[in-house]
Design a protein around this ligand. Structure first.
Ligand code: XMP
Length: 517
């Protein structure tokens, strides 16, 4: 990358959002832990210090030596970042009398300041801090205040260093994106040339350079990330990419064949492995959810590795890891670690090097890159699907018969969502499928009484699950139209042998989760 902004992460929940906003301005940026500043990287054009859950005076607060940064790059401190700069320059930071949280308005500000250019009078900003700067050091100039917060924003005289005690990256800060633009474009001089097309061009060139004539193995899951990674690599190295797609027998109805067909149409060199026999055998009689996950994970690695070993000249293993996966795994506050489900440990003796071409992209950027690469929309717009597949949607032990029932019911629900057309907020036609984050059917371990014709039945119950979400961390149950639910329920009960009852799950996450297991 020719130019980038570095966001030093002090652990705030909104750090990722700063990154997203800057990428939306078509400026490339990287989020790095507060103690991993890339000194010497000439492409760095500016630095943003994020917020933090800590107070600057906490013993365990994250500290960074600003001497190597201030004076070399323009700096913008956000919240903790602003307080840290002020505190380490001799200012005073104290607990705020009342927590400064929520909406506020920039009543007085310096309209001519480079950071605040074109910001509107009384512009709303979002505050979220327990501390506040009570005295600014000599040489610092207040450039904006709200009714409650005297030092809403400052600049150091004669330096390209700013601090804001609100969060320009959050939606509720009305001119927040404008301020970030003023900083990254106006002050740092970035050119706004970052786009999916430029990403594809540079990444393909880099991959060619990095990989040369080596052979690469990639595990495909049928999901968006691994598919986009595969097509990107294929564009760079063609048939030197070998993909492996393992069918554990717990995919959606016809999914293995449909997705294999899509991959072949895209020109990918894919080895499809039907390992369902092994998975079903190893899962026999197992009901505990974690146990099921472990067996599936272990078997998956075994099957994948056995196949990979046959490719004796492979030098690289490629993965569709994306940025949020890495940020969560790198999370400096030691919270949530999301492990990769689809490819486990590598065969050590193969000595493969790791290639992760999407590792700097957010999910929506991956989708845009996929479109740029000409991947069909039905692959790009797919819902997330758990690595262990339908195993986590069959409560209790797993049999081929139960998988068959669930696949049939799920197929009716998902096809129904795709076929039910609605208008989006802009009046454009879309489908219920695209309005929900994720949907599926859960097979319950209970039977209930019903009546079909003159017969009393005693058959299985299924639950439909559909949620709206932006990141799967929180989710709400989707308000699907009653008429739609009625049609799906009717279809399932009439067409899926063995099911006589359909329920709709109306729980949100938290406290429930998206999957039942
Ligand atoms: P929960 O159920 O935790 O799910 O609300 C959040 C997201 O993660 C997916 N999920 C999994 N994905 N292996 C995966 O690869 C798993 O074991 C697994 N469990 C849940 C789930 O489908 C949702 O998108």
């Amino acid at each position: 990358m020719e130019e980038k902004i570095i966001i030093l992460d002090f652990g705030s929940q909104t750090t990722q959002l700063i990154g997203r906003r800057i990428r939306e301005l078509n400026v490339y940026c990287e989020i790095v832990p507060y103690n991993k500043f890339p000194y010497g990287d000439e492409s760095v054009k500016g630095v943003i210090l994020s917020g933090s859950p800590f107070s600057v005076y906490d013993q365990e607060a994250f500290k960074v030596d600003l001497a190597g940064i201030r004076g070399k790059y323009p700096v913008l401190g956000i919240c903790y970042g602003a307080q840290y700069i002020a505190y380490t320059s001799g200012g005073k930071v104290e607990p705020a009398g009342s927590r400064e949280y929520g909406r506020a308005r920039l009543g007085r500000f310096d309209h001519d300041n480079a950071l605040l250019r074109d910001v509107r009078d009384n512009s709303q900003v979002w505050m979220s801090h327990g501390d506040t700067i009570t005295a600014i050091p000599d040489g610092f100039r207040i450039i904006a205040s709200t009714d409650e917060v005297a030092v809403a924003a400052y600049q150091i005289e004669g330096e390209q260093v700013w601090g804001v005690q609100f969060h320009p990256e959050v939606y509720h800060s009305e001119d927040g994106t404008l301020m970030l633009k003023n900083f990254v474009v106006g002050v740092c001089g970035c050119h706004q040339t970052w786009s999916s097309a430029s990403f594809v061009d540079t990444t393909v060139a880099e991959l060619k350079e990095q990989i040369g004539n080596d052979r690469v193995i990639l595990g495909l899951s049928g999901g968006v990330d691994s598919s986009v990674a595969a097509v990107l690599l294929h564009r760079a190295i063609g048939q030197n990419l070998t993909c492996i797609f393992v069918d554990h027998g717990l995919l959606r109805k016809n999914e293995f064949h449909d997705v294999m067909h899509d991959y072949e149409c895209l020109g990918l060199n894919v080895i499809g492995v039907d390992a369902s026999e092994k998975f079903f055998k190893d899962l026999e009689g197992v009901s505990d959810p974690e146990q099921k996950r472990k067996i599936i994970g272990r078997d998956f690695v075994e099957v994948f590795n056995a196949e990979a070993r046959k490719i004796t000249d492979a030098r690289w293993l490629a993965q569709g890891t994306i940025y949020p996966d890495r940020i969560e795994s790198l999370n400096i506050t030691g919270k949530v670690i999301k492990s990769h489900h689809n490819v486990g440990g590598l065969p050590k003796e193969m000595n493969l090097k790791l290639c992760e071409p999407l590792k700097w992209l957010f999910k929506d950027e991956v989708r845009r890159v996929g479109r740029e690469l000409g991947i069909p929309e039905h692959l790009i717009g797919r819902h997330p699907f758990p690595g262990p597949g339908l195993a986590v949607r069959i409560l209790g032990d797993i049999t081929r018969e139960k998988v068959r029932i669930l696949q049939d019911a799920d197929d009716i629900f998902i096809r129904g969502l795709r076929d039910w057309k609605v208008k989006d907020a802009d009046g454009n036609e879309t489908s219920l499928y695209h309005q929900v984050w994720q949907a599926g059917v859960v097979l319950l371990p209970v039977r209930s009484v019903g009546v079909m014709g003159d017969e009393r039945t005693y058959e299985r119950a299924v639950a439909l699950r559909a949620v709206t979400s932006t990141d799967a961390m929180t989710a709400d149950w989707a308000r699907l139209p009653y008429d739609f639910l009625a049609q799906v329920s009717n279809d399932i009960i009439n067409k899926v042998k063995g099911v006589n009852r359909v329920a709709y799950d109306i729980s949100s996450k938290p406290p429930s989760t998206i999957e039942w297991e």
